[in-house]
Ligand binder design. Structure first.
Ligand SMILES: [Zn+2]
Length: 188
């Protein structure tokens, strides 16, 4: 543990120097000779074990709290999501992610294209579909608010499969489209 010996040797010293860890060189009550967290005085090995135990005892913790938040405070959640989305746009998160995950990004685009093709029956009215996209473009330019063509019944949803046909298309704002995602929205 060469690098640990450079750490402050007492918790008090660590607090004074704003160090996250300190290293006493003495074993903890469970016999680990490891660095300790200044915040709690816990050794990092004990802390790791505690985290693992907690995660094992509460496997659905994240999903549970999300579901609870969603049912009790839908507006609050929407506001929070909006904030996160604005932050992501500001720091260019999507572009960074695509650059770091080129394979995955390509895969997502491809799956989307395949889903579109599958949902596009040969008898679909191509002109009417094109019109819907032109309309979205036009409304965007007219209002200055980005609009997109939405599949009213999603073409990628686990339970139903909408079609890429005129009567399943509508123009909505990009914002609304992001909120909707793959979900069925308010059609049912
Ligand atoms: Zn320990």
């Amino acid at each position: 543990m060469g690098q640990d010996t450079c750490l402050p040797s007492t918790r008090h010293e660590a607090k004074l120097s704003d160090s996250v860890y300190y290293y006493t060189g003495r074993p903890c009550k469970n016999g680990h000779t490891a660095k300790r967290l200044t915040k709690s005085g816990k050794c990092i090995e004990c802390n790791k074990l505690w985290c693992q135990k907690f995660a094992a005892a509460n496997p659905t913790r994240h999903a549970d709290s999300y579901a609870k938040l969603k049912s009790c405070y839908p507006d609050k959640l929407a506001a929070q999501l909006k904030k996160v989305r604005e932050w992501a746009r500001e720091v260019g998160y999507a572009r960074k992610w695509r650059n770091q995950n080129r394979e995955k990004a390509r895969y997502y685009v491809r799956t989307r294209q395949i889903a579109l093709l599958k949902a596009f029956p040969p008898w679909a009215d191509v002109e009417a579909i094109k019109y819907e996209y032109l309309l979205a473009n036009y409304v965007s330019r007219l209002t200055g608010i980005p609009h997109e063509v939405d599949h009213i019944i999603p073409i990628k949803n686990p339970t139903v499969c909408g079609l890429h046909v005129p009567w399943n298309l509508r123009t909505i704002t990009k914002e609304e489209n992001r909120l909707k995602g793959n979900k069925l929205g308010d059609v049912w």
